[in-house]
Ligand binder design. Structure first.
Ligand code: CP
Length: 301
């Protein structure tokens, strides 16, 4: 049984195994269309989602498996009647072969693993981690750049609450000669523990004050929306908006990623630019999550 709950458990070798399997799935999806026949996956989401939930549901069904799901477990599972997460997981793990879970609490996956008799896949836990998103982010970088080593990555937006940022900087730190640049409002700066983690892995981190502080030949611009739901804030004006004029300050080789959903931090006037790859990135979620499911269910050949 293999859980995927944190980027901390990943090694370069097992990322490479997932990426190679993803490549094979993309090349020959038919070969994998019956890999999960007879397997049932529970998809439980306590927070809203478009991409993660639907791409996991798509991934299971493209592998021939079936799902039981609840898209709003907070309101429509017995959580609404006071059931603990532990009791819910103990029950659901008797109904299925794996559980894909999104939850608002940072330690939800660790709590689920302690009581589950089937693999737990973390589909987003509070502000802490979103490992399957980071796997598809790295896969997209590898696909577009042909490498993950020697990458200059700029992370933008909400570096404080953005779980996709936290997982991405942890995962990319497994690679060699990585430079990370952070551009955010001061109140959304990257927590020191991630800066210390990168330092421990010889990753350089530079705090930027404006777009001009990011090298124009940066390989990846990775923007994120402000996570207003994490601090009860309203909607505020974004300070660092990437529009056509800003994107044109960067190299023709720079790619623009975003985990989505976006708000105003990326203008729609860049959508037709070949460097704007966030929809392709979202679509990579299906084959990457197919590979993750095969790994967690011990179906990798
Ligand atoms: N990137 C991401 O997690 O999107 P959803 O919230 O729509 O799943």
């Amino acid at each position: 049984m293999k859980h995927l709950i944190s980027c901390e458990q990943c090694t370069r070798q097992n990322l490479e195994e997932i990426f190679e399997l993803t490549d094979k799935i993309v090349e020959n999806p038919k070969k994998y269309s019956e890999s999960l026949v007879g397997n049932l996956v529970s998809i439980i989401f306590y927070e809203p989602s478009t991409r993660t939930r639907l791409s996991f549901e798509s991934a299971v069904q493209r592998l021939g498996g079936t799902i039981v799901s609840t898209e709003n477990a907070k309101a429509y599972s017995s959580t609404a009647k006071g059931e603990t997460l532990e009791d819910t997981i103990k029950v659901i793990s008797g109904y299925c072969d794996a559980i894909v879970m999104r939850h608002n609490e940072d330690d939800s996956s660790e709590r689920a693993v302690k009581v589950s008799s089937v693999p737990i896949i973390n589909a987003g836990a509070g502000k802490k981690e979103h490992p399957t998103q980071s796997l598809l982010d790295l896969y997209t970088i590898r696909q577009q750049k042909g490498r993950i080593d020697n990458v200059k990555l700029a992370v933008l937006g909400d570096l404080l609450y953005g779980r996709t940022i936290h997982s991405l900087v942890e995962l990319i730190s497994l690679y060699d000669n990585i430079s990370v640049y952070g551009l955010s409002k001061k109140e959304f700066a990257l927590p020191q523990k991630y800066i210390d983690y990168m330092k421990s892995k010889n990753v350089s981190y530079t705090v930027c004050s404006n777009f001009d502080d990011i090298p124009s030949d940066v390989d990846v611009l990775y923007h994120t929306r402000t996570q207003y739901e994490r601090f009860g804030g309203g909607t505020g004006r974004e300070e660092f908006i990437i529009n056509k004029e800003v994107l044109d300050k960067f190299s023709k080789e720079t790619i623009l990623l975003h985990p989505l959903p976006r708000n105003e931090e990326i203008s729609t006037d860049v959508d037709d630019d070949p460097r704007a790859l966030f929809f392709k990135q979202a679509h990579n979620g299906v084959p990457v999550r197919m590979a993750i499911l095969l790994q967690c269910l011990d179906k990798m050949e």
